[in-house]
Design a protein around this ligand. Structure first.
Ligand SMILES: Nc1ncnc2c1ncn2[C@@H]1O[C@H](COP(=O)(O)OP(=O)(O)OP(=O)(O)O)[C@@H](O)[C@H]1O
Ligand code: SF4
Ligand SMILES: [Mg+2]
Length: 323
């Protein structure tokens, strides 16, 4: 088996709205190896969730994938018939949403929905499926799991509900899990716990993770590689430590400067100056130009993808590499 798990090439997912075409994902390319944890960061509206949904074929009208390729284990997912895609979902690729109720059915017990999820892809008896369900729940840190199978989602706390959703995603040890801000709704200490546990689980089962977040600090604690997204495009990608220590793209720099950890006591927190652009009215060329202190006339032309020794970025006037 090759190390390459996922290959995304020039992915374009657009929404055809009354106001115009929203190019939520516009030419995104990246690859992932088995077991890798990849962080996807960017401001609200930059296209992180739509990228995640696209990987699972979960984009609904008025949106659709209008171009590009998504290969999982060499198999093309773009244009795959829906029934085949369904068979793949849950078994080889799964998603954890910010709101666990996107996964959970409020009127079924947790045990009932977990056994359904198990038996959707495996021929096992109800009893065996229940035992499996209890063991997966235990793995995600739910105490007294066998007894909790008979509880309904509303009988769990928010953190425990998210653990159940994670357990369902992990049921078949898929090659890839897309986790879309799975901890942002939870309180900080629970966030850290779940983050740590998911990282461990992915290590044990060899599951690769796309960890989506608008929070650089969270991502940097889980992801070995990081992708920075702006206005539907990837603007910088590389090993997390390198990108955070020594960013080349001005937008990445801006995100870092807005992090609390870089602020001195008493100093006001900085935001990336300017507003998130409307995807309906992007300037020609580099979409970051209206907010960029390094912008020049050249930036009305689309910047090419460039690479240095370890990472890729898209900018005409990148920051110098630190010595
Ligand atoms: N159903 C839809 N119809 C029209 N536009 C949509 C739809 N879903 C998403 N979009 C647009 O696609 C763009 C990207 O949205 P997306 O949800 O991927 O952002 P995000 O990076 O996940 O933001 P957040 O951090 O707020 O979750 C946004 O401009 C959004 O308005
Ligand atoms: S291409 Fe130009 S506008 Fe865009 S980030 Fe680089 S310097 Fe700034
Ligand atoms: Mg989102």
């Amino acid at each position: 088996m090759s190390a390459l798990l996922l290959e995304v090439r020039d992915l374009r997912t657009h929404f055809f709205t009354r106001a115009g075409v929203v190019k939520a994902v516009d030419g995104v390319s990246f690859t992932m190896e088995r077991g890798q944890v990849l962080g996807l960061v960017g401001e609200s509206g930059s296209g992180k969730s739509v990228t995640g949904f696209s990987l699972l074929g979960l984009v609904d009208p008025p949106g659709r994938i209008v171009g590009g390729s998504i290969r999982l284990d060499g198999e093309e997912l773009v244009g795959m018939p829906l029934d085949e895609l369904r068979r793949l979902r849950g078994r080889r690729i799964a998603m954890v949403f910010q709101d666990p109720m996107m996964t959970l059915n409020p009127v079924l017990t947790v045990g009932a929905q977990m056994t359904l999820a198990i038996r959707a892809h495996e021929k096992v008896t109800g009893v065996a499926a229940r035992e499996r369900a209890a063991s997966v729940l235990t793995r995600v840190g739910i105490p007294d799991a066998a007894a909790r199978l008979d509880a309904y989602p509303h009988e769990f706390s928010g953190g425990m509900r998210q653990r159940v959703a994670i357990a369902i995603a992990m049921t078949h040890s898929p090659g890839l899990i897309v986790a879309d801000e799975p901890t942002t709704a939870l309180d900080v200490s629970i966030q850290a716990q779940i983050l740590h546990e998911m990282r461990e689980l992915s290590r044990e089962s060899g599951t690769a993770l796309v960890w989506i977040s608008h929070d650089l600090a969270t991502v940097s604690s889980v992801a070995e590689r990081i992708m920075v997204m702006y206005a539907g495009r990837l603007v910088e990608e590389g090993p997390t430590a390198t990108v955070l220590r020594d960013p080349r793209h001005p937008y990445t720099r801006g995100l870092l400067d807005s992090l609390p950890a870089t602020a001195r006591p008493g100093q006001e927190l900085r935001q990336v100056p300017g507003n998130t652009p409307s995807l309906l009215a992007l300037p020609p060329g580099c979409p970051f130009a209206p907010r960029c202190v390094r912008a020049s006339e050249r930036c009305v032309e689309d910047p090419e993808h460039r690479v240095d020794a370890v990472r890729a970025f898209r900018c005409h006037h990148p920051l110098e590499r630190a010595a």
